[in-house]
Design a protein around this ligand. Sequence first.
Ligand code: NAI
Length: 333
Amino acid sequence: MNTITVFKGDGIGPEITDAVLDILNAAKADLSYEIFNVGEAVYKKTGEFIPQEGFASFEKNKILLKSPITTPIGKGFRSLNVTLRNKYDLWANIRPAKTNPCLNTLFSNVDIVTFRENTEDLYVGKEEVIDDDTVIAYKIITRKASTRIIKAAFEYAVNHGRKKCTCVHKANILKKTDGLFLSIFEEIAKQYPSIEANSLIVDNTCMQLVMDPGQFDVFVMPNLYGDIISDLTSGLIGGLGLLPSCNKGDEYAMYEAVHGSAPDIANKGIANPTALLLSACMMLDDLGQGDVAASIRRALDQVFAQQKYLTPDLKGHATTREFVEAIKSQIKR
Ligand code: NAI
């Protein structure tokens, strides 16, 4: 039995966490949970965004299933997500976007895994006010962080029968920072002759993605482009409610939906828990419980194929609870 730490988060976080834990229990995942409320709501009550016991639990268990946390825009505290990624050196953010044939989506052939560098770039959050009318932000790219994420992308490609690895950048303008990332990519690519390697400027990548996403396989890129491009890939497969992710380092792993706390639909009982559920399936795969993950994915496909219990983001009318109950009854069959 694995003990994992669970953070419930803000907005739709608590609803989708309860939904996912309910499904994991129905699927008889061999897990025990240490569950913590974290985020803005907790801060207002206790003065702490993440309780010390929550950090201690993650440090002990090394595995965290985390729901989204609200970050104030343009002011206030630093993103807790970014803080967690840096505190535990979760340097690889892996975001697989795959068309589910049971859903009606724009494209039938999307199968893209984005490797997003997770610790530097503009996300270091170092900004300086020069004067009232001028501010600057630091974009940091290092050889160490670039090398490990690019290698991870190629290793993944080799180990998962993938054919191609595309480096996304803006090295035509950012010649030093993105230029370094691209040059490291070109060096490392030589060590993987069985994988086709190419590079693409980020703006062109956006256009190519919405015209012909089937041409892409594995992506690797610096932090900010990874954030934006992976949200774009979620749109190609049916929306943010479907895109899972994991954040991995050498010691710790954190599994979370790509989406945020969705305050516009919080507490309405209509959030789609699929992204967090599929993140939990990635976790089960990594914990050697791939059979449990497979049974959940099968049940999910059956519910999608029935079309009857889709949540509003997938053009359905079901509540989160109806969707969860439908998955649980498929698992029991
Ligand atoms: P968002 O991802 O929360 O929502 C964008 C749109 O997608 C909204 O219309 C929302 O209703 C919809 N949506 C997202 N997840 C959904 C789901 N599971 N089911 C159905 N619809 C879903 O992005 P937004 O509104 O820009 O950010 C809200 C807050 O979340 C911000 O404070 C932001 O900083 C934070 N955030 C946190 C993240 C994390 O904890 N990893 C990641 C991204 C944003």
